[in-house]
Design a protein around this ligand. Structure first.
Ligand SMILES: [Zn+2]
Length: 146
């Protein structure tokens, strides 16, 4: 056996272990996404946040933001140049809704748009990869990541 192979084999074995754990974790995440969908259907803040993001006002705002800032802000911070395809809320919509309308009855929350939802300072352009990473982490931590 060549020395290179002897040295490399334990590395490959370790890598297989890591890859297997990652696959298990991704399976776990698919599960927690389902849990998150159920949670969103029950939570008036999560439901309203989804409704705002689905509206024409948000679509136009998102397009305007990406025209002004066409590159992913998170990639740019890491020295990469990536076209932005989405616009993020640094402070999550659900957090803004809870802060400003916390405790209000669901039918009131369902009609409110919180301050900050359409504020340029809260809206960085991101690529899909960075946005998905941030959103997935926020679902776990409940807080803004960057
Ligand atoms: Zn990015």
């Amino acid at each position: 056996m060549a020395i290179e192979e002897r040295l490399l084999r334990p590395l490959f074995t370790a890598w297989e272990g890591i890859a297997q754990r990652l696959r298990q974790r991704c399976g776990g995440r698919a599960q927690s996404d389902k849990v998150y969908e159920r949670q969103r259907a029950r939570c008036p803040y999560l439901a309203r946040a989804k409704a705002i993001r689905s509206g024409a006002r948000w679509r136009k705002k998102s397009e305007a933001c990406r025209r002004r800032h066409p590159l992913c802000a998170a990639c740019k911070a890491k020295g990469r140049t990536t076209e932005a395809t989405e616009v993020d809320h640094i402070i999550r919509l659900v957090t803004l809704l809870k802060q400003q309308f916390g405790g209000a009855p669901p039918h009131i929350i369902a009609k409110r748009t919180p301050m900050g939802a359409f504020d340029d300072a809260n809206l960085p352009s991101l690529c899909r990869t960075c946005h998905n990473q941030k959103s997935a982490l926020e679902r776990v931590t409940g807080d803004a990541i960057f």
